[in-house]
Write a protein that binds this ligand. Sequence first.
Ligand SMILES: NC(=O)c1ccc[n+]([C@@H]2O[C@H](COP(=O)([O-])OP(=O)(O)OC[C@H]3O[C@@H](n4cnc5c(N)ncnc54)[C@H](OP(=O)(O)O)[C@@H]3O)[C@@H](O)[C@H]2O)c1
Length: 308
Amino acid sequence: MEGAIPCPPPNTRIAVVTGGNKGIGFEVCRQLASSGVTVVLTARDETRGAEAVEKLKGLGLSDVIFHQLEITDTSSISALAGFLKTRFGKLDILVNNAAVDGVEYDQELHTNNGEKFGGLDFHQRVEWMLKHAQEPMDAAEKSVQTNYYGTKHVTEALLPLLRSSSDARIVNVSSNYGLLKHIGSEEVRRELNDIDSLTEERLDEMLNKFLEDFEAGKLEAHGWPTKFSAYKVGKAAMNAYSRILARRHPALRVNCAHPGFVNTDMSMGSGVLTPEEGARNVVKVALLPDGGVTGVYFANGEEASFLQ
Ligand SMILES: NC(=O)c1ccc[n+]([C@@H]2O[C@H](COP(=O)([O-])OP(=O)(O)OC[C@H]3O[C@@H](n4cnc5c(N)ncnc54)[C@H](OP(=O)(O)O)[C@@H]3O)[C@@H](O)[C@H]2O)c1
C-alpha cells in the first residue's frame, strides 16, 4: 500500500490530503510536495492513488507517500491514523479536499465538455450546471455523508496527531456554494452563523431535518436551497464545524478555502480556473505564516465572509 520512503528529517512538515488522486487534491499534493512538505496522498481507490503518486515521483517529487482512505469508512480512517502515528507521530497539515457534488447528469453530458463550454462565459457555465444537474435522494444523502460527516470523522481521528504538532493547520476545502446567503431560512442562517452557541449536536439535528425536508419535497417551503441543495447545505455545515473546531482548539489553525470555479471532473470540465490555479488558493491557506488566522473563510486565496 504505502510506498517506502525514508523517515523525513525531524523538522519536515507532514501533510495529509484527502481525495489526492485527481483534480484540485492532486494539485494540492504536488504544490505542497514542491514546497518541501512530506505529503501523504490519500485516495479511496488504491490503483488511482498509487498512479497519482507515481506521476508525482515522475515529476521529481519523491517525498510523497500513498495511503488508502475512504472518508466515509471508519476502519479506513483508523488505518490511516494508525499508519501516521507509527510512521511520523504527528501531523502538521490536514487538507480535507475529498467531496462529491450530490448531483447526477445524463450520461451523454459527460463527453466533449471542453468543446461544449468553449465560448460560454462564467455565468453561462454556471447556468449550464444548474440546468442539467438532477438531485436524487441517494445522491443528496451521499453528499451530506461524504462532505460533512466524512470530513468531520477524518478530522476527529487525526486531531490527536495534529495536536502533537507545534503549528498544525486544517484546511477544509469549501465552496462559495457553502455561503450562508444560499440558505433562504433566516432562522437556519442565524443558527449556523451563531458560532458561540452552535454545537455539533445541533448541526446533526439540522442536517437530519434538511434530509427529511428533501425527501418530503419541502426544501423551498422550509427555506433550504433548491439547486445543488445537499452540496450547499453540507458545505455550510462543514464551514460551521470548522468554526466550532477553531474555537475549541485555539492552538490549531482551522480554516476553510474556496478554490474558485475549477475545471475538474466535479465541474464537468466547466470551470474557469485550472486545477493548478484552484489548488494554489488552497495551498496558500495551508502554508499561511505561523500564528495566522483561524476560523476564517478564504475565497480565491483572500479572507472573505461566511455569509456572502
Ligand atoms: N471544481 C470546482 O469548481 C470546485 C469549486 C468549489 C469547491 N470545490 C471543492 O474542491 C474539492 C475538490 O474538488 P474537485 O473539483 O477536484 O473534484 P474531483 O475532481 O471530482 O475530485 C474529488 C476527489 O474526491 C475524492 N472522493 C470523493 N468521495 C470520496 C470518499 N468518500 N472518500 C475518499 N475520497 C473521495 C475523489 O475520489 P475518486 O477519484 O475515487 O472519485 C477525488 O479524488 C472538493 O471539496 C470540492 O467540493 C471544487
